[in-house]
Structures are given as structure tokens and as C-alpha cells.
Design a protein around this ligand. Structure first.
Ligand SMILES: Nc1ncnc2c1ncn2[C@@H]1O[C@H](COP(=O)(O)OP(=O)(O)OP(=O)(O)O)[C@@H](O)[C@H]1O
Ligand SMILES: [Mg+2]
Length: 260
């Protein structure tokens, strides 16, 4: 019978259903205004797709910033632990996990079992997170998904000096007004995310191989800028957004096995 991991992030909610270490189904939905409703919806959708009922679930672990509102979880576990385990499942050789989500970013060092040894986190400001890129895409009048492609056409990178999202947005507006190419501004914005993230990576100590998880991993320009900055080749899993829920599902199986 299946176990589940559920990750309620600031922007997206994920559910991973697993049975004996095998992924049965995964779901990604927007969290919206109500974390409780999002949790119910994502779980229902995953169960329905995999052909199970709620009563079939043997154990549920919740993680993410909204984990407190997942009433049906048997246990709540931090994102650090879950992302470490999820990344380990996706590639057991990984020793550094960079997670960049909508509202925070974190760097986790893991051992050969996927256990977190050390971590650092930025949850105090939007700079260096997905939210930063969303605001900047708007300022550049492009879709979020077009930002990486725009950046790939840059001839130069315009350095963005503001450390804060609000000031950086004004800076971008002013750079556009000065006639600087959007491509070069986009490149500069991706480099600024890479600079911030690489500072965090060096704080815990760069240990290869490195994996990136979270929605921002879907932005190829962030990955490329990070590769250049860290002088490494970061592993991008096929679905980076489910790593937290995946780790939560692995831990659910472990809790269940331990209780038998
Ligand atoms: N296809 C995509 N292309 C580029 N960026 C994307 C794409 N999909 C998601 N993102 C980025 O991912 C971010 C959301 O990431 P994620 O779903 O990991 O956040 P979250 O887990 O809800 O947030 P947090 O962990 O901070 O609470 C968005 O802000 C956006 O910048
Ligand atoms: Mg997240």
C-alpha cells in the first residue's frame, strides 16, 4: 500500500505517492491562498490518478512552509531533511543540494545516505529566489518562461548593483529607459541570482556533485550562470520541483517500516 510525501511551498504544492521506494504518481499544483485546500486538492488528484483511496495511504509526511496546515499528515518534517533525501533518491552521488523556490533558497550538504550534514538558508528576502525572477520578468515585460531564452541572446551582462528586489526592480526599469538591451539585463539578473547562491554554497563548502531542485531549476539561464560561477556541472533532475515531496515520501516509508 502506498505512502505519500506532500510539500506545501509558498507557490506550489506537490504530492508524491510511493510504494516500496517506487514512484507511483506525482502532482504539482499552485498553492494559492489556502494551504489546507491546496493540500487536500493535490492529495485527491494524486490518489485518483494512481487509483487509490485516502484509506489506502499507510503513512503521510508533510514538508514545506505550509506543512503545519496538512491535518492528515502523520508527521511533519523540515524542508532541509526532505530536500536532502529527495535529491539523494534522484542521484545518490549528490553531496550538495541547491533548492531555489518561490520565496526562499537553501543550500544543503548531504552524506552518502542523503542525510543533511549542514545547510544555509535565505528566507529573509526575495532576492535570489523565484519571486525575484517573477518581478524582473514583469519589469522586462516577458513571460517568466522566456527569461532564460532572452538571457541566452545576450552579448554582455549588465551588472545589477541593487541587493534588494524592490531596488533592483527600479534599477531594471531605469536600465530599460537608458536603452540597454533586455537580453543583457536578463543575463545580469541571472548572474545576480548565481552570485547570491554561490555565496551560500561557499558558506557550507562546495562539495561535488551538486544538484539543483525547486522551480527555479527549470530556468536554464540560472543553471548556466551557476555552473560558470561554481565551475561545476550542476545536475538538474527531470522534475526538480518534486524533490521535497519525494524526500518526504521516502521518509514516510522509513517511518512506516520503523513502526512495524
Ligand atoms: N517553467 C519554469 N521556468 C522558469 N522558472 C520557473 C518555472 N516553473 C517555476 N519556476 C520558478 O519556480 C518558482 C517556484 O518554485 P517552487 O515551486 O520550488 O516554489 P515553492 O516550493 O512553492 O516555494 P518555497 O520553497 O520558497 O516555499 C517560481 O517563482 C518561478 O520563478
Ligand atoms: Mg519549496
Amino acid at each position: 500500500m502506498p505512502v505519500a510525501g506532500i510539500d506545501i511551498g509558498s507557490l506550489t504544492a506537490e504530492v508524491v505517492l510511493m510504494d516500496q521506494g517506487k514512484i507511483l504518481h506525482s502532482v504539482i499544483l499552485p498553492t494559492g491562498a489556502n494551504s489546507k485546500v491546496a493540500a487536500e486538492k493535490a492529495m485527491e488528484e494524486a490518489l485518483k490518478a494512481a487509483g487509490f483511496n485516502r484509506s489506502d495511504l499507510e503513512y503521510v509526511v508533510a514538508t514545506g512552509y505550509g506543512r503545519v496546515s496538512v491535518d492528515f499528515a502523520n508527521k511533519k518534517i523540515t524542508e532541509i531533511t526532505c530536500h536532502g533525501r529527495g535529491a539523494h533518491y534522484l542521484n545518490p552521488s549528490v553531496r550538495t543540494v541547491i533548492d531555489i523556490g518561490g520565496q526562499d533558497s537553501k543550500v544543503i550538504l548531504v552524506n552518502d545516505k542523503g542525510r543533511a550534514l549542514d545547510f544555509t538558508m535565505n528566507d529573509k528576502c526575495a532576492a535570489g529566489t523565484g519571486r525575484f525572477l517573477e518581478v524582473m520578468a514583469q519589469a522586462l515585460e516577458v513571460e517568466l518562461g522566456q527569461l532564460a531564452e532572452l538571457s541566452s541572446r545576450a552579448k554582455n551582462a549588465v551588472s545589477i548593483s541593487s541587493m534588494c528586489t524592490v531596488f533592483a526592480e527600479s534599477e531594471v526599469v531605469s536600465l530599460i529607459a537608458q536603452g540597454l538591451p533586455s537580453e543583457d539585463i536578463a543575463r545580469g539578473l541571472h548572474q545576480s541570482i548565481a552570485d547570491r547562491t554561490s555565496g551560500m554554497v561557499h558558506r557550507v563548502g562546495l562539495t561535488e556533485p551538486v544538484m539543483i531542485t525547486g522551480g527555479v531549476a527549470k530556468n536554464g539561464a540560472v543553471v548556466q550562470a551557476l555552473n560558470e560561477k561554481l565551475k561545476t556541472k550542476i545536475i538538474v533532475p527531470p522534475e526538480p520541483q518534486i524533490a521535497g515531496a519525494l524526500g518526504a515520501a521516502m521518509l514516510a516509508q522509513e517511518e512506516l517500516d520503523g513502526s512495524k
